[in-house]
Design a protein around this ligand. Structure first.
Ligand SMILES: Nc1ncnc2c1ncn2[C@@H]1O[C@H](COP(=O)(O)OP(=O)(O)O)[C@@H](O)[C@H]1O
Ligand code: SF4
Ligand SMILES: [Mg+2]
Length: 320
């Protein structure tokens, strides 16, 4: 396999400012995360709302650089790049978010939205038009509709347009941050299949994020299960399906797909719902100890680290 991205010990802390400008304790949104993504594969990242998935990918893309740790793409550490190199680098990496409505300017016809990136890349009008037609064709939008406004399309169509726009830059890496979570189940399958077709046709590499483990297993080659900022299980989709080892992974399999536990974003005063984060959580012990049906005293005193249990399958649990 051809290694594309290597992420080592990534940490992202947020600092809040409290009353009287006191620097509040850090919220560790991403906690020592390491994994690799091979070229032309899909790496899935799963975990419930608030566990740090978006923060992690924003760090990987250097939209909000990590507090510590290392990201290497094609063997090059992003930390060593100048801001100019980083900009040209970022064009290779595009991100598609959950909500196509906030991604598209409602006052802009979709051909104008798509043209923006192409103008930046210096293409003349005729070539832009040719590329826009081709991109819309790739994502299944009739090019006759290219001068319509976003509100004239359905949710699924809008997400197709957002995907087309991401492809304008001819990226080789796409981050898909819950790209189908806002869509009806019937439309979800269409977009997922479109993404799989595009990956094959354009030789793309994906980092796919979802809170729905069943979807991630279907879509991904390898995947990581995230809980409170940490990876608790890392394996191939096949291994997770046949033998989910972490108690949290098993819980995700048994929970109803599409059902999300939200946490209160600004309340960092104490424990929050399961997969979310506790502010300045003690680093001792297993983060899942409070909820785990099989945990014991050792679990709250010592921290389990990812250990390989079979080739390529790592679990952070004493009882795995
Ligand atoms: N810019 C920020 N400043 C402070 N806290 C943040 C910021 N962005 C995210 N967080 C917090 O980090 C945690 C992880 O959030 P996020 O990465 O959005 O989770 P997910 O994408 O898994 O739902 C949450 O507790 C969230 O409130
Ligand atoms: S280490 Fe202990 S508390 Fe943590 S998941 Fe495993 S059994 Fe449960
Ligand atoms: Mg998110």
């Amino acid at each position: 396999m051809d290694r594309f991205i290597e992420i080592k010990n990534l940490v992202k802390d947020f600092y809040g400012r409290g009353l009287l400008n006191r620097r509040k304790p850090a919220l560790r949104a991403v906690d020592r995360v390491s994994f690799n993504i091979d070229r032309n594969t899909v790496f899935g990242l799963v975990g419930e709302s608030g566990c740090g998935k978006t923060t992690l990918v924003r760090s990987i893309l250097y939209l909000d650089p990590p507090t510590s740790g290392e990201i290497r793409v094609d063997g090059v550490s992003l930390d060593n790049l100048s801001s100019r190199q980083l900009r040209s680098f970022r064009k290779r990496m595009q991100i598609v978010f959950q909500d196509p409505n906030s991604a598209l300017n409602p006052k802009m016809r979709i051909d104008a939205s798509l043209a923006e990136g192409l103008v930046n890349r210096g293409f003349p009008a005729v070539e832009r038009d040719r590329r826009i037609r081709r991109l819309l064709g790739l994502v299944g939008i009739a090019s006759a509709h290219r001068s319509r406004f976003p509100h004239e399309f359905s949710g699924g169509q809008k997400q197709r347009i957002v995907i087309a726009r991401a492809l304008c830059m001819e990226p080789d890496f796409l981050v898909l941050d819950e790209p189908v979570s806002n869509l009806d189940v019937s439309i979800q399958a269409q977009i997922i299949n479109l993404l799989l077709d595009l990956k094959k046709e354009l030789a793309l590499t994906y980092l796919f994020i979802s809170h729905d483990l069943n979807l991630v297993v279907y879509f991904s080659d390898r995947l990581g299960v995230m809980y409170q900022g940490r990876l608790v299980e890392l394996a191939s989709a096949d291994q997770i399906m046949r033998n989910p080892c972490h108690p949290y992974t098993r819980k995700l399999f048994s929970s109803v797909p599409g059902k999300q536990t939200d946490i209160e974003e600004d309340d960092d005063s104490g424990p929050v719902s399961s997969g979310g984060l506790k502010a300045a959580r003690s680093l001792a012990g297993c983060p899942y100890a409070d909820e785990c049906p099989i945990g014991d005293r050792e679990c709250s005193e010592e921290e389990p680290v990812l250990v390989e249990i079979t080739a390529g399958h790592r679990v952070a649990c004493f009882k795995a």
